[in-house]
Design a protein around this ligand. Structure first.
Ligand code: 13P
Length: 254
């Protein structure tokens, strides 16, 4: 193969590979410890250049923090408020998260946008707050089936990025492209199409080395094809991250 072609097809070595599990509202503390027992030993074979992250319910963070000590798994939360403290019933601040060793936080997941009134404005506030406290936010963007069918995927994603990323530091950021129609449905976005949209996302950024993940029905049987794509730097995994053997297969993809 011609050298230029090889350079084009190879992922930038600068971009970090980030494989993250999003447990959503699953697992008690006891269940999370049971997961670790099965999962941690499988990381012996994981290449060093892969960042492995578990984004778990708030109630699991402390127990996982204590039991991940010395392992290479980084801890992530699923939301963060924009103030350090205050009268915000039901919210958690960046200060509270970093105190217990949390390093990543998901911001703007479609389930928060859809069910809990999250807007691009509040997503932007949360992203900036996460960074202020030294957390790395994982910003989720993606279109509904209706928007895709109407040919609005590109404009929607460009609009989300424009609004969400105002004054956000692109040196400390991960983005996840999660087409909503592919979440929890078993209907994965075709790897090449995910690669195309992620290329579009990258073209909108001032820092082209931001790691960009794909999320939506990622499973052990489709991870290799997804990770072969030149623009895709990792995955954000829901259902398949709940079971240690399956998630280990994803983390240890070829
Ligand atoms: P599934 O992997 O269950 O489709 O969920 C994807 C997701 O929403 C990750 O944040």
């Amino acid at each position: 193969m011609h050298l230029v072609a090889i350079l084009f097809l190879t992922k930038s070595p600068v971009r970090k590979i980030v494989i993250a599990g999003n447990w959503k509202m699953f697992k008690t503390q006891a269940e999370s410890l049971e997961f670790l027992e099965g999962f941690l030993p499988t990381l012996d074979e994981t290449p060093q250049d892969r960042e492995v992250v578990l984004c778990v319910p708030f109630t699991d963070l402390n127990v996982l923090s204590k039991n991940l000590h010395g392992s290479r798994v980084q801890l992530g939360a699923q939301n963060v408020h924009w103030e350090e403290s205050g009268a915000y019933t039901g919210e958690i601040s960046g200060l509270m998260l970093t105190e217990i060793g949390v390093r990543y936080v998901i911001v703007g997941h479609s389930e928060r946008r859809q069910y809990f009134g999250e807007t691009d404005y509040t997503v932007n506030l949360r992203l900036k707050a996460a960074q202020r406290f030294g957390l790395t936010p994982i910003l989720c963007v993606g279109e509904t089936k209706q928007q895709r069918d109407a040919g609005e995927t590109e404009s929607l994603i460009i609009s989300q990025l424009e609004k969400d990323l105002v004054d956000v530091d692109q040196e400390n950021l991960v983005i996840a492209y999660e087409p909503i129609w592919a979440i929890g449905t078993g209907d994965t976005c075709e790897a090449k199409e995910a690669n195309r949209v992620i290329g579009l996302i990258r073209s909108q950024l001032s820092n082209p080395d931001v790691p960009i993940q794909y999320g939506g029905s990622v499973k052990p049987n489709n991870i290799d094809e997804i990770m072969e794509q030149s623009e895709i730097d990792g995955v954000l995994v829901g259902g398949a991250s709940l079971e240690p053997v399956g998630f280990a297969k994803i983390v240890n993809y070829k």
